[in-house]
Design a protein around this ligand. Structure first.
Ligand SMILES: [Fe+2]
Ligand SMILES: [Fe+2]
Length: 322
């Protein structure tokens, strides 16, 4: 893997810096179009999807696209910025100047991304998102407290560096799917503003993926076997939840059935079939495999303790050894 040095990444960040005001927000969102590549939406891989008409599919897709906005706000604002911010402020750790500088840029860019997804969410559905950033994604009080607890010791609960790599490499894959969809599905054009937001996001995330390699080497590599074991278990739990349709996806189809009462009798089937995707290697190969997160999987290969993720957690992971 060709991991660029931190000073090169900093130079590229300066050269490619953009403002979210560069986006054409005045254009608004086109509700006649899909918001997210259909191939990445779980319901489109269930049998019951065939029973949805074009308008119902479009509404589902738009709800899913809005959930993705929430997911990014959560991952970046509640998770990464908290972890990296605390790491940056920690006086216990004697971090090299180039890493500190990289962390500053990282946080600055994630704050910008949160603002970009928040603006997109509010433009799409002001009555819902003016009040809160979250509608489909709801973190329980206990989960939030646990996250806050772990964020206080980012050098101990270091699995977050791996999650950062896993999430951020997927972000780059999302935009690849936007491009692929545009080429292969002229029958189903995507909303231009959603496409642009995901394109700008990807531009920074390509560099963040590189920074994640540095973070893993700086913080995970120095953990002993016991601490690594704990962090691998935490990573396994988080990845398991991330790769299987659960509560959030159920709320999307509940909302869909409320908006399209014709679908109410199908709600049970939709939920059951979405849950079944959690056991499907075909679905996981689309959502999380070496094909769409090659750097993450290549780095798993390098750490024998990560090979335990194969099978029960990552259905499509076969460690490459030697
Ligand atoms: Fe981001
Ligand atoms: Fe990022």
């Amino acid at each position: 893997m060709n991991v660029l040095p931190l000073d090169t990444l900093k130079r590229r960040a300066d050269q490619n810096a953009y403002s979210i005001d560069d986006l054409d927000w005045a254009r608004g969102v086109d509700f006649e179009r899909h918001f997210f590549p259909e191939h990445l939406t779980p319901l489109s891989h269930t049998a019951v999807y065939a029973q949805l008409g074009p308008d119902e599919r479009r509404i589902y897709n738009q709800l899913y696209g809005q959930m993705v906005n929430e997911q990014f706000i959560f991952l970046e604002d509640r998770f990464l910025v908290r972890m990296v911010g605390n790491l940056r402020r920690s006086t216990r750790l004697d971090l090299p100047a180039d890493l500190l500088e990289a962390l500053d840029v990282f946080v600055e860019e994630e704050v910008k991304h949160t603002e970009m997804f928040r603006r997109l969410a509010r433009l799409t559905c002001p009555e819902r998102y003016e009040r809160s950033d979250y509608h489909f994604l709801r973190l329980g009080r206990a989960e939030d407290a646990l996250l806050g607890f772990m964020a206080r010791r980012p050098d101990f609960f270091v699995f977050w560096c791996w999650m950062a790599l896993a999430f951020e490499e997927k972000t780059v894959d999302y935009y690849r799917h936007y491009q692929r969809h545009q080429k292969e599905r002229p029958d189903l054009p995507l909303d231009p503003l959603y496409t642009d937001v995901h394109r700008l996001h990807m531009l920074d995330e390509v560099r963040h993926v590189q920074i994640d390699h540095h973070l893993i080497h700086a913080f995970y590599d120095r953990c002993g076997a016991l601490l690594r074991g704990l962090n691998v278990r935490l990573l396994a739990r988080t990845l398991r939840a991330y790769t299987r349709p659960a509560r959030t996806n159920m709320r999307i189809v509940e909302d869909l059935a409320r908006r399209c009462p014709r679908l109410a009798p199908l709600l049970g089937d939709m939920k059951a079939q979405l849950r079944a995707l959690g056991r499907s290697a075909d679905w996981q190969s689309i959502v999380y495999s070496r094909k769409n997160a090659p750097q993450t999987f290549a780095l798993f290969d390098e750490y024998p303790e990560m090979h335990a993720l194969a099978g029960a957690v990552l259905l499509c992971y076969e460690p490459h050894t030697g």
